[in-house]
Design a protein around this ligand. Structure first.
Ligand SMILES: NC(=O)c1ccc[n+]([C@@H]2O[C@H](COP(=O)([O-])OP(=O)(O)OC[C@H]3O[C@@H](n4cnc5c(N)ncnc54)[C@H](O)[C@@H]3O)[C@@H](O)[C@H]2O)c1
Length: 335
């Protein structure tokens, strides 16, 4: 099966391309490298010694994307391409409404013209807002979004549910990711933040390697065992595997599949720091600062539905992810 992967040079997309190749799919990347680097494509090729096609275009450009579909005749699409920085979305909401919503609509305009069997969408646990109860199941209420970014994921899900009604030939999967971290065990691909990282792990690895002087823990007075926020950190290779399973499952689907992709285990910021120091034998310079507005004390997944529906399991734990993330950061420093 040929699969268009928008955003396939990005963090989650690149790991998914590897998994697609390993599972006999033919990925075709559509990415304009606005938040990634072309060398990632070469590194993906090195991991498996396999080639694949890629197109350096804005996937929201209907005319150019239609030409790609005409030429490649794909069977399915995984749509990763989006902007993802929560803070930036507050400062520049229109950028997010454009790339996360208008682009999605434009991609769907093209999908509607072709016999596409499966559409997998990158959603996020941000759709749950600050959950009243953990673990968070798919039945947990969708709460008012905290940021324009979170809102784009809620709207994106609704757009796809409406699209499914009018295009029953295309099976829709909405994967709600928890907190993807880590890197490929080969050390060849990983998270590549351009500028100041928004997520904890690249901040940790950049502090450890000396790009940043110190790491600030945003608050240690939350109602959690050690006072720091708890999140569900999922290894990106495990997250990637859920996309391939969703594609394989799509034949059986009668309605959109909506599933959490998380480990089901929460880890606090201090636990992550301690684990990073322990597995990598590195001391981190960090201090505790004030809370950051809008952070929920604790968010982790009820992942029973994805286990049941897709037979998905995570293979890596937090220590593995932190070991792989550090290996990737060290490799990047050598490039
Ligand atoms: N990383 C996370 O913490 C996280 C959590 C939940 C959901 N998500 C979602 O998962 C998806 C992938 O995230 P990621 O972490 O891999 O991000 P990323 O920025 O590493 O990858 C996104 C890729 O899409 C490309 N891109 C963006 N807009 C494009 C466009 N219009 N045309 C062509 N290429 C475009 C970028 O160049 C980049 O390579 C996003 O939709 C994101 O919102 C990410």
């Amino acid at each position: 099966m040929k699969i268009i992967v928008t955003g396939g040079a990005g963090f989650i997309g690149s790991h998914t391309v590897v998994d697609l190749l390993e599972n006999g799919f033919e990925p075709i990347i559509v990415d304009d490298f606005r938040n990634s680097k072309p060398f990632i494509l070469d590194n993906i090729k090195k991991i498996l010694n396999r080639d694949f096609k890629s197109y350096d275009i804005d996937c929201g450009d209907v005319d150019r994307l239609r030409v790609v579909f005409e030429k490649e005749k794909p069977d399915g699409i995984i749509h990763f391409a989006a902007d993802k920085a929560v803070n930036e979305s507050v400062i520049d909401p229109l950028k997010y409404y454009h790339n996360n919503i208008t682009t999605l609509v434009n991609v769907l305009k093209v999908v509607a013209l072709f016999p596409i069997k499966s559409f997998v969408f990158s959603s996020s646990c941000t759709v749950y807002g600050v959950p009243k109860k953990v673990p968070v199941s798919e039945k947990s209420p969708i709460q008012p979004a905290f940021s324009p970014y979170g809102f784009t994921k809620q709207v994106g899900e609704q757009i796809l549910k409406d699209f499914a009604q009018s295009n029953p030939k295309t099976a829709i999967s909405l994967l709600r990711y928890f907190n993807p971290i880590g890197a490929h065990p080969s050390g060849l691909i990983g998270e590549l933040p351009l500028g100041v990282p928004n997520n904890l792990i690249p901040f940790i690895t950049q502090t450890a390697i000396g790009i940043r002087k110190s790491l600030t823990v945003n608050g240690d007075d939350y109602e959690t065992p050690d006072g720091t926020c708890i999140r569900d950190y999922i290894h990106v290779v495990d997250l990637a595997s859920a996309h391939v399973l969703a594609l394989k499952n799509s034949k059986k689907q009668k309605e959109p599949l909506v599933v959490n992709i998380g480990t089901g285990k929460g880890s606090s910021v201090l636990e992550v720091i301690n684990s990073f120091e322990k597995v990598n034998g590195v001391k981190l310079n960090y201090s505790v600062g004030p809370r950051r507005g809008g952070d929920a004390p604790s968010v982790y997944a009820d992942n029973s539905l994805v286990k049941k529906m897709l037979g998905w399991e995570n293979k890596f734990n937090l220590d593995d992810a932190l070991k792989h993330a550090w290996q990737w950061e060290k490799n990047l420093a050598e490039q």
